[in-house]
Design a protein around this ligand. Structure first.
Ligand code: HEM
Length: 559
């Protein structure tokens, strides 16, 4: 058969006709699905790659997404390699689609990143369905608002231990924050103690962070849209190095979960009684022990996974850590906020004791600082993407099933937190969001219900909303109140004794950490890093009474 033979030509024509018919047929089917509704507005799509070139892949993609929103509106539709994506840029539309209609918008986009970072056990990334529901239920039973007070004691005593350690070693403040949060999680989840920075589990946790810190939104999108890239060899420029770093987290991750679970199980089986998350889960296994073996195996898997997520689902710890780090930087940059907080603490708590959870309702300004910290340094600027499970209509637009939904939380939090929703349209407020200003949440000496709460956005949406939020919020409260009660947080000094000039920034990763440019007096940029060794804050005790208070506070159990 030559290239010009009739059979050859006929074959080609048949092929082209079939492709055209297939395309027309899928168009007709798509039209039938849309019921005449248009897709949401968005940039023009190119053949095959779609909007690949329009999806922001540069520094801080949430800024790029905001530009798309400014051009196309609150609901922007793009497609990359035929896969649909919706970008929501307005708080009302986020709540409408992801909260109120969460029955259809709570799926996850399968991503190669999950296995690559050793997060296969993490139900945060499991598709919406029965398996996810069983994990979520088991997790919620250990972390709903009714049971979180069970952990207050650990959160409080480990925070006090943190104060003593910072007093002793103020230059290690940043590492001690990581220690404090990891120790609380370890105690609450496995009833296991962590006593110092030398604990080897801390470096395991640090290794976990290495992988996730590498995940930028653009890399995530690239891998999500072209999963086969994960099989590229390690020597491949850029992607190979990225993949290698990700996989460094995998082994330590599983090791930590398995070892801690086995230790906790041995304790439970020896009859020791504690109320840690994992022992509660193991005790619950008794309910299914005599039923089918498969069911039992599944329940063990769920218990391990739930404990693993609560302990170091690398995401949670890093988010809480970055929020706390942002708080320290905010305090150093805003001494007036510190003074106000300390005046409140002096009045409500007084110099004779440290704050505790019983003070929470009276510490209005501290509560506002917690809210403002969550808003100001918004660690998950694009939330965690959801996916739709069926075709939907949103404000007159057709949203196809399997659309990835990205809420640009950074944009909405930056805008709304200045005051009420109406202020989103008020240009006078647009300059304000960069300022750390807890007063924006207070009216007449109380937290004001009309001011939109950042928790409604930074913890995500609907059925996927962060189930660890009450635990995280309690931990942030006790840590911030205790630190401010006894310490002054100041900017570090340069060699000539002048405070370094610090500019707060957000890193461009999926989890956006605190970065800062420290500028010396001769205007030389010292550091501009995501995780600099040079924490630009110095922490010192407020007074001799504060030192006595820290030293006299109750030591932790087991010490
Ligand atoms: C400041 C601290 C925290 C922030 C800002 C935060 C934020 C988030 C966000 C944005 C999501 C995704 C929600 C969505 O898909 O719409 C999430 C999910 C999740 N978070 Fe948190 N989180 C924090 C702390 C924690 C802590 C301490 C824990 C564990 C004790 C935790 C456990 C989880 C879990 C298990 C999920 C997955 C939920 C699911 O997919 O069903 N988080 N979090």
């Amino acid at each position: 058969m030559t290239p010009f033979s009739p059979v050859y030509t006929y074959g080609i024509l048949c092929g082209i006709t079939s492709l055209v018919l297939l395309h027309l047929w899928s168009l007709v089917r798509f039209r039938a699905r849309t019921k005449g509704l248009p897709l949401p507005p968005g940039p023009r799509r190119l053949p095959f790659v779609g909007n690949l070139l329009n999806v922001p892949s540069s520094w801080k993609p949430w800024v790029g997404f905001r530009h798309l929103a400014q051009e196309y509106g609150d609901i922007v539709y793009v497609e990359v390699f035929g896969r649909p994506m919706l970008i929501l840029g307005n708080p009302d539309v986020m709540l409408e689609f992801l909260d109120k209609r969460s029955a259809i918008s709570s799926d996850r986009v399968p991503s190669p990143l999950i296995e690559l970072t050793g997060q296969g056990y993490n139900f945060a990334f499991i598709p919406y369905g029965q398996w996810w529901r069983r994990h979520r239920r088991a997790f919620w039973q250990q972390f709903h608002p009714g049971v979180v007070p069970r952990y207050y004691h650990h959160q409080q005593s480990i925070t006090r231990d943190f104060l003593a350690k910072v007093l002793h070693e103020p230059t290690a403040c940043q590492e001690l924050i990581r220690y404090c949060l990891s120790a609380v999680a370890l105690k609450a989840v496995y009833n296991s103690d962590m006593h110092s920075l030398a604990d080897p589990r801390l470096s395991v946790i640090e290794d976990l962070f290495v992988g996730i810190r590498e995940v930028t939104a653009s890399m995530q999108l690239l891998l999500d849209f072209c999963p086969s890239l994960q099989y590229l060899p390690a020597w491949t420029p850029v992607i190979g190095k990225f993949l290698k770093k990700l996989s460094a987290s995998k082994a330590p991750n599983y090791h930590l979960i398995e070892t801690e679970y086995a230790d906790a199980k041995a304790r439970v089986e020896s009859g020791a009684i504690d109320h840690s998350v994992v022992s509660n889960l193991i005790q619950k296994l008794d309910e299914v022990r005599n039923k089918e073996a498969d069911l039992m195996n599944e329940e063990v898997q769920i218990a391990k996974g739930v404990a693993g997520v609560a302990m170091e689902g690398e995401f949670d710890l890093l988010v809480t850590f970055s929020t706390t780090e942002g708080f320290f930087v905010a305090m150093a940059l805003h001494p007036e906020v510190q003074r106000k907080a300390q005046a409140e603490l002096d009045t409500v708590v007084g110099p004779q004791r440290l704050p505790d959870f019983g003070d929470r309702d009276s510490l209005v300004y501290i509560n506002a600082i917690v809210k403002e910290s969550l808003r100001w340094h918004n660690v998950v600027p694009l939330g965690v993407a959801h996916k739709t499970i069926e075709d939907a209509e949103l404000r007159g637009y057709f949203i196809p099933r399997e659309t990835m939904v990205v809420p640009n939380v950074w944009y909405c939090v930056r805008l709304i937190a200045v005051a009420t929703r109406a202020c989103m349209h008020d240009h006078r407020y647009y300059a304000e969001p960069e300022r750390f200003n807890p007063d924006r949440f207070i009216r007449d000496g109380r937290l004001h219900a009309d001011v939109l709460d950042p928790s409604n956005f930074v913890f995500g949406f609907g059925r996927r909303k962060c189930p660890g939020r009450h635990f995280a919020d309690a931990g942030l409260f006790i840590l911030f109140a205790s630190v401010l009660h006894v310490f002054k947080i100041e900017l570090a000094k340069d060699a000539s004794g002048r405070p370094v000039d610090v500019k707060h920034e957000q890193s461009h990763g999926f989890l956006s950490q605190v970065t800062f440019a420290c500028i010396t007096s001769d205007a030389l940029v010292l550091t501009f890093d995501r995780y600099p060794e040079n924490f630009p804050c110095v922490v010192r005790p407020r007074s001799e009474e504060a030192v006595a208070l820290i030293r006299g506070s109750r030591p932790r159990e087991g010490q």
